[in-house]
Design a binder for this molecule. Structure first.
Ligand SMILES: O=P(O)(O)O[C@H]1[C@H](O)[C@@H](O)[C@H](O)[C@H](O)[C@@H]1O
Ligand SMILES: [Mg+2]
Length: 246
């Protein structure tokens, strides 16, 4: 019998290696990756061309055999995303977006939902991995307030990258989370905007890729409505220990 998970892992490894080898060819490119940062490499976004890579987004899903796992590869120049690729391995869905050229899933053009009524919306979010009771209380409080607006429902597939692709596909109106990392959302961010969506911080300001807070929505009306209900908190920034002057 085919080993589904081995296939998924092989895809993830092959994609990550490819990104790595292109990065080596283009030696002026920098690299931010979940594993490289865990190994002590810097996590700093400069104006230089930079790969922002999560080889396995949805690690807990992967470990438990919960069938949503994605490879997430973003590429930024001058701190702006140029392109993004999210491969949802088990679903065999390849999401791609190049700046100014639209977003696609397996070659099909993506468009966000045109819903403007929060009461008719599905919102994606996650419980996250932080188990501090104060943080968990804020996460539940935000979810409670959003659910009781009311909305149609709350969903979450356990990977930020895939949740963002679901916004781009029009399956959910918005996704928000506090505590994610830049490699979880970089690729998804450009996929959302190229599908016609918007990005912002959980306080309504501009998205800061390093702040570990994100709202991605089909439009500003839905995004700003959610923002009003989020009990925001401020995790340690991704670039906290590596901030530079530029
Ligand atoms: O750590 P990985 O790369 O698997 O990804 C994270 C997810 O992307 C989050 O949405 C999710 O909430 C979790 O924090 C999860 O850890
Ligand atoms: Mg991740």
């Amino acid at each position: 019998m085919t080993d589904l998970w081995q296939n998924a892992m092989d895809h993830a490894v092959a994609l990550a290696r490819k990104a790595g080898s292109v990065s080596v060819c283009l030696s002026f490119c920098l690299f931010i990756g979940e594993e490289s940062v865990a190994a002590g490499e810097p996590c700093v976004l400069t104006d230089n061309p930079t790969w922002i890579v999560d080889p396995v987004d949805g690690t807990t899903n992967f470990v438990h055999g919960y069938p949503f796992v994605a490879v997430s590869i973003g590429f930024a120049v001058n701190r702006k995303l140029e392109f993004g690729v999210v491969y949802s391995c088990i679903e065999d869905k390849m999401y791609t977006a190049r700046k100014g050229q639209g977003a696609f899933c397996n070659g099909q053009l993506l468009n966000v939902s045109d819903q403007k009524e929060i009461s008719q919306s599905i919102i994606a979010t996650e419980f996250g991995s932080n188990r501090d009771t104060e943080v968990v209380d804020k996460i539940f409080s935000s979810m409670r307030k959003i659910l009781c607006l009311p909305i149609h429902g709350i969903r979450g597939v356990g990977t930020a990258a895939t949740n963002m692709c679901l916004v781009a596909s029009g399956c959910v109106e918005a996704y928000y989370e506090i505590g994610i990392h830049c490699w979880d959302i970089a690729a998804g961010a450009i996929i959302v905007t190229e599908a016609g969506g918007v990005l912002m911080d959980v306080d309504g300001g501009p998205l800061d890729l390093m702040s570990r807070r994100v709202v991605a929505a089909n439009n500003k009306i839905i995004a700003e409505r959610i923002v009003k209900e989020i009990d925001a908190f401020t995790p340690l920034r991704d670039d906290a220990s590596t901030e530079t002057e530029d």
